[in-house]
Design a protein around this ligand. Structure first.
Ligand code: SF4
Ligand code: SF4
Length: 433
């Protein structure tokens, strides 16, 4: 998105590329797949409407008003429109740039700005700070306060946002970064050597998922190298309009992983994978073509990697259960990966995959959207869980920590029976102990 032939009323720094906006020919093929359009029936909340808003600002016909900024944040950045668009318009990405513009034109109040800066520029770039930030939540769970709050219905007295924040919190274990060995040797006949990109959300909130990822890679015959100096991938920064910090983090990760002698860089987080695959764009002009190509050629989602390498089936035990699969937006739309997770699921002996309707429809998490737009997020979640319920599957499988949090919360809220599992947690059940 660097083709800034004209920035019009956009601030020149981090403006969406003019050519990318011009590509929209207003055909409307994207309308049927846009969740915010489906909910509002409002043109400006559709991909076509958002592209038109961006074009009006770029053409100097519209100031970057608060309404434009609000629309940028009301977009889920689910990228479903990119999959549907015959012209290759990436409205979600255009809206990410508009979120950066919002910081220029309508910066937050001083306290909100300080909090935002602390989270994006201090906390997220520091794995140790991130780990420490969850200490109060772990204490809240360890001393049994969470049990009291939930089982005595105290959480029903909380206002909406607080109730959701409390409700969405899973049981927290020890952060995996502190425990995972730097190198886990391959088991059996060695097939290669991979780097594991330890995502902050996954390894902090769902350490068992990342533990299973490393275990599966080793069981499948790969040495697993996990660099502990890894930084946040930058996805939260792109989503919140802080592209400069995203660039700084990307540069560190690029150097770190390019310095390793590995065949692939594997992630188990769809959001991280999507951001890592965008480093070529994010770091344009800040890294050489050779550096960017070397990095990009190696990044793989775990399902993509396993399906591509071929799953070694010997030794896998049957897991007799039916599952349905929710496709994370950042996997199916952001990376175009619909088949590999299904291939992994189907490779597990005994597992029956029952497809749900609208499996690639956003669950309503979408980063901070689930906390800012409580009602809209809830309506999306209820639609999703209605489709899950209809499958009558034993478990709900997904591949992204944000989706996992939202779906697990919804399952508890609506009293569904299905546990929520990551693809690798399901596969981990088939591995010999
Ligand atoms: S974004 Fe793409 S699909 Fe939507 S109206 Fe524009 S060209 Fe058509
Ligand atoms: S990214 Fe998703 S919410 Fe945003 S315009 Fe596209 S389809 Fe709609």
């Amino acid at each position: 998105m660097s083709e800034n032939l004209s920035t019009g009323h956009f601030h020149p720094e981090d403006a969406p590329g003019y050519e990318s906006i011009l590509q929209c020919m207003r055909c409307g093929f994207c309308l049927a797949v846009c969740p915010t359009y489906a909910l509002t029936n409002r043109e400006r909340s559709s991909p076509r409407g958002r592209a038109a808003l961006a074009r009006a600002v770029a053409d100097g016909k519209l100031e970057f008003t608060k309404a434009v900024g609000e629309e940028a944040f009301f977009c889920l950045d689910c990228k479903a429109c990119s999959t549907a668009c015959p012209s290759g318009v990436r409205v979600g990405t255009i809206m990410e740039f508009c979120r950066s513009q919002e910081q220029h034109f309508h910066p937050p109040s001083l306290p909100a700005g300080l909090l935002r800066d602390f989270i994006l520029k201090r906390m997220l770039p520091s794995p140790a700070l991130m780990e420490n930030s969850l200490l109060p939540a772990r204490l809240y769970q360890r001393i049994g306060l969470q049990w009291v709050v939930r089982n005595l219905g105290v959480n029903r007295l909380f206002p909406g946002l607080l109730a959701k924040m409390e409700g969405i919190l899973p049981t927290l274990g020890t952060p995996l970064r502190l425990e995972i060995p730097e190198v886990i040797p391959a088991q059996g006949a060695k097939r290669g050597r991979v780097a594991f990109f330890l995502g902050c959300a996954m390894s902090l909130v769902f350490p068992e998922v990342s533990r299973q990822t490393a275990r599966i890679l080793a069981q499948q015959g790969f040495d697993v190298v996990t660099p502990k100096e890894v930084k946040c991938c930058g996805a939260p920064h792109l989503a919140e309009g802080d592209r400069e910090t995203a660039r700084q983090l990307a540069r560190i990760n690029l150097d770190l992983f390019n310095g390793l002698d590995v065949d692939a860089i594997v992630t188990d987080c769809a959001g991280c994978g999507c951001a890592l695959k965008e480093y070529e764009e994010i770091l344009e002009g800040r890294a050489t073509h050779a550096e960017l190509t070397r990095f990009r050629s190696k990044v793989r989602d775990i399902s993509e990697f396993l399906a591509g390498a071929g799953i070694r089936a010997e030794g896998l035990r049957p897991v007799p259960m039916s599952v349905t699969y929710h496709e994370p937006c950042h996997l199916v739309h952001g990376q175009g990966l619909a088949k590999p997770p299904r291939e992994v699921i189907r490779s597990i002996p005994g597992v029956e995959l029952r497809e749900m309707k609208e499996s690639n429809w956003c669950c309503g998490m979408a980063g901070s959207f689930a906390l800012k737009e409580l009602e809209t997020s809830r309506r999306l979640l209820e639609r999703k869980l209605g489709n899950v319920r209809a499958t009558e599957a034993d478990a709900l499988v997904t591949a992204n920590p944000g989706c996992h949090l939202q779906l697990a919360w919804g399952v508890r809220e609506l009293g569904l029976k299905q546990p929520v599992l990551h693809v690798v947690e399901l596969m981990g059940r088939a591995l010999p102990s």
